[in-house]
Write a protein that binds this ligand. Structure first.
Ligand code: UT7
Length: 329
């Protein structure tokens, strides 16, 4: 019997209109464009408009992906939204996306995946498993964030890093396992929670309060940086070994876009020059779960990614959670 696998049949993305430049941040904080660019690679980021929610960003990205795939929302079997900035505590953002897409089929489970910046890789892996097991034929996987609502705009060490956006991919069952997701690897280690978290939450009785700064994102950046570099080096080695591949066989690295220096170190580990890395960090900043699908969609649409090429997707984030996905396009 042919092996059942999942392939991506459409991608999409959405960025809010408002651009926030380093110069604007430098006009209200003790920072400079030079510091931000040299330490992070970021020049600007997008900020969602008032009244524009994570589900709106997600829905716009999903519509593009549906259009590329040439299918309607009602033909989906499952919706997964990776986000750490949901519209509401409940219902899940994915269910709101289902409604906003106008999908009327009720046999379409929809739920959120919370693995912070690694969320899209987690959701992609879950979608891949749903398809491989025969539980679903088509899965919509979205990474969407309004990180601007979870950060303390007085904290120069974190507020310069993040941006808002959404990216989407549609998975479909295939027996052509050559053009499919070849493997996913997921990891978590809860012992570093203090290095990166938002202390606000229902069970803690403390909600996010942008006016006082309470409950908002807190990060010990330098320590997170070191852990991210180490974990990502390990995950690329594990992915290559598990697939019996040599690093020279990877055509494109599609990394989480937290910091250009972290991306450069992963590329170095793979012996890749930066022209084989899809980079958006300069224009998007760190969009958490949205960064990998945003980068993927950009390189698919501009023709850099071509059929038959081997893609390595990876991400690392709060938790810590991290992982990879290897795809033959
Ligand atoms: O996506 C989830 C995972 N997140 C990440 O992977 C982020 C990982 N971390 C990073 O990307 C980097 O650690 C940062 C970009 C956050 C910071 O860069 P760094 O080179 O690690 O700087 P640092 O935290 O060691 O700070 C160096 C100096 C400090 O001043 P002193 O103590 O040396 O006087 C900071 O106070 O830079 C100062 N600083 C700034 N200066 C100007 C921190 N933020 C700023 C700023 N502008 N915005």
């Amino acid at each position: 019997m042919p092996i059942r696998a999942a392939r991506i049949i459409g991608t999409g993305s959405y960025l809010p209109e408002q651009i926030l430049s380093n110069a604007e941040l430098a006009s209200r904080l003790d920072t400079t464009d030079e510091w931000i660019r040299s330490r992070t690679g970021i020049s600007e980021r997008r900020i969602a408009a008032p009244g524009e929610y994570t589900s709106d960003l997600a829905c716009n990205a999903a519509q593009q992906a549906l259009q590329m795939a040439g299918i309607t929302a009602d033909s989906l079997d499952f919706i997964l939204v990776a986000t750490t900035t949901p519209d509401l505590v409940f219902p899940a953002t994915a269910v709101r996306v289902q409604r906003k897409l106008g999908a009327t089929k009720r046999q379409m489970p929809a739920c959120d995946v919370q693995a912070v910046c690694a969320g899209f890789i987690y959701a992609l892996s879950i979608g891949d498993s749903l398809i491989r097991s025969g539980s679903a034929q088509r899965v919509l996987v979205i990474g969407a964030e309004t990180m601007s609502r979870a950060i303390d705009w007085q904290d120069r060490a974190t507020c310069i890093l993040f941006g808002d956006g959404a990216g989407a991919a549609i998975l479909e069952a295939t027996t052509e396992s050559d053009h499919a997701i070849l493997s996913t690897h997921l990891y978590a280690d809860g012992q570093y929670e203090d290095l990166l978290r938002t202390p606000g939450g229902i069970s803690h009785g403390l909600l996010l309060d942008p006016s006082s700064g309470s409950g908002l994102l807190h990060m010990r950046g330098n320590e997170v940086f070191k852990q991210a570099v180490k974990a990502l080096e390990e995950v690329v080695d594990q992915t290559l070994a598990a697939n019996g591949l040599d690093k020279a066989q990877i055509d494109w690295l599609v990394p989480h876009q937290a910091n250009i220096r972290i991306i450069q170190s992963t590329a170095k580990r793979l012996g890749m020059t930066m022209d084989r890395v899809v980079l958006t960090v300069n224009r998007h900043g760190n969009t958490s779960a949205a960064s990998v699908p945003l980068a993927l969609d950009e390189a698919v649409r501009d023709g850099r990614i071509q059929p038959g090429q081997l893609l390595l997707l990876e991400a690392f984030g709060g938790g810590f959670t991290w992982g990879s996905a290897l795809l033959r396009w």
